[in-house]
Design a protein around this ligand. Structure first.
Ligand SMILES: [Zn+2]
Length: 45
């Protein structure tokens, strides 16, 4: 299942598989796991 990840450095938000390596495609920083899937994230924001 894809879940939503957030980059605290550049505010990038994207969805990725839990098993993937979570590196920001914009700045190369570590992504923060929001714990929500994309539907839940979209509902909340
Ligand atoms: Zn970033």
């Amino acid at each position: 299942m894809k879940t939503v990840f957030f980059c605290p450095k550049c505010s990038y938000v994207g969805a990725a598989e839990d098993a993937e390596v979570h590196i920001c495609p914009k700045c190369g920083g570590a992504l923060y796991h929001t714990g929500m899937d994309r539907d839940a994230y979209n509902t909340k924001t």
